[in-house]
Design a binder for this molecule. Structure first.
Ligand SMILES: NC(=O)c1ccc[n+]([C@@H]2O[C@H](COP(=O)([O-])OP(=O)(O)OC[C@H]3O[C@@H](n4cnc5c(N)ncnc54)[C@H](OP(=O)(O)O)[C@@H]3O)[C@@H](O)[C@H]2O)c1
Length: 310
């Protein structure tokens, strides 16, 4: 009995010594893999990308999923990301309807606490005045006001100690706006370029405004000016515009390159709050505005969304 036990112990020892070099290597590989996975799990978090069904938003969805993030995206047309079950979800939202948008965001917030939000959904202003379900000019609401509502709901639904990085996709034309408007844009004297550039200016200003409104929160907000790139942005334009766009599209920047630049800034922890970044990651500020004019503008905006926030 004792002899058999000795034999057994000897064989185990021999096996251990024989296996030792292999085990050692395996242990190193295991530890290396474990630390890589756990580092990713710590770094990657939950991100909401508005308008992830095409163009820049879709490229952002792909990048952040590959990086291990849990991605939630919105749009009117649904998309699926096969291979990312449990990591990806789509929520149908039409930003021209503030009530539906608010209900959907509140529903998302019950399931997710976000680390990052990319305010990306947007349209090029239609050639003729279009009014939303809420009676507002379409571009103003879809590009800007719906995003203000979304960010406010997220901030209210999350705990005060939760950090949140917010990125807003603006446009080079935000620079066309010389001073902030005191009133919400009316439906008279509609000019598509002005409507679009105003909406993109307001969206960029939103980053500064949110930081100022929530000084005690771990909140970082920046805007990104992507320049011009090929996408489905022309969809609300007239047939001639759409034809010209399709001809020019192959010469435009690929949205995946733009998305990569945004992801790189978002990955960093030291981006400048309230700044507007460009594709080369250079920053610029917003034009100075009269404080009383800005105050009136923001109070008008909050008046419009307040009934949907609670
Ligand atoms: N393309 C450019 O050269 C360029 C230049 C400067 C800035 N930008 C900005 O970049 C952002 C992304 O645009 P993109 O060029 O990638 O255009 P895109 O391909 O047309 O994507 C726009 C996204 O916004 C969503 N969207 C549009 N209207 C909506 C609505 N009423 N409600 C909810 N979602 C809506 C669309 O989703 P559904 O259609 O599924 O609703 C889509 O996912 C926009 O903010 C745009 O202003 C683009």
């Amino acid at each position: 009995m004792t002899a058999r036990k000795d034999l057994c112990v000897k064989s185990i020892r021999r096996g251990f010594y024989l296996a030792k070099p292999v085990t050692f290597e395996l242990r190193i590989i295991f530890l290396f893999t474990f630390f890589r996975i756990s580092k990713r799990a710590v770094e990657a978090g939950k991100i909401l990308i508005t308008g992830g069904t095409s163009g820049l938003g879709f490229e952002l969805v792909k990048i952040f999923l590959k990086e291990g993030y849990n991605v939630v995206t919105t749009g009117r047309n649904s998309i699926d990301m096969p291979g990312y079950k449990g990591k990806f979800s789509f929520c149908r939202m039409d930003f021209s309807d503030l009530s539906q948008t608010a209900l959907s965001v509140k529903d998302i917030c019950m399931k997710h606490k976000f680390d990052c939000v990319v305010n990306n959904a947007g349209i090029l202003s239609p050639p003729v005045l279009t009014v939303t379900k809420d009676g507002l000019e379409y571009t103003f609401q879809v590009n800007f006001l719906a995003h203000l509502l979304i960010n406010e709901i997220i901030l209210r639904e999350q705990t005060i100690d939760k950090s949140l990085n917010i990125c807003a996709i603006t446009s080079p034309v935000y620079k066309l706006v010389k001073e902030e408007r005191s009133l919400l844009p009316g439906t008279q004297d509609y000019k598509p370029l002005k409507a679009y550039s105003d909406s993109k200016y307001y969206l960029a200003s939103m980053c500064k405004e949110l930081s100022a409104r929530y000084p005690d929160r771990k909140l970082n907000c920046f805007s990104f000016d992507p320049g011009v790139f090929s996408s489905g942005i022309y969809r609300m334009q007239n047939p001639l515009f759409r034809l010209l766009y399709r001809i020019a599209a192959p010469f435009m920047r690929n949205p995946s390159n733009v998305a990569a630049a945004i992801a790189e800034i978002m990955r960093g922890t030291n981006f400048t709050d309230g700044a507007v970044y460009n594709i080369r990651k250079k920053t610029s500020g917003l034009p100075d505005t009269d404080t009383s004019v800005a105050d009136e503008f923001w109070s008008n905006c909050y008046e419009k969304i307040s009934s949907f926030m609670d």
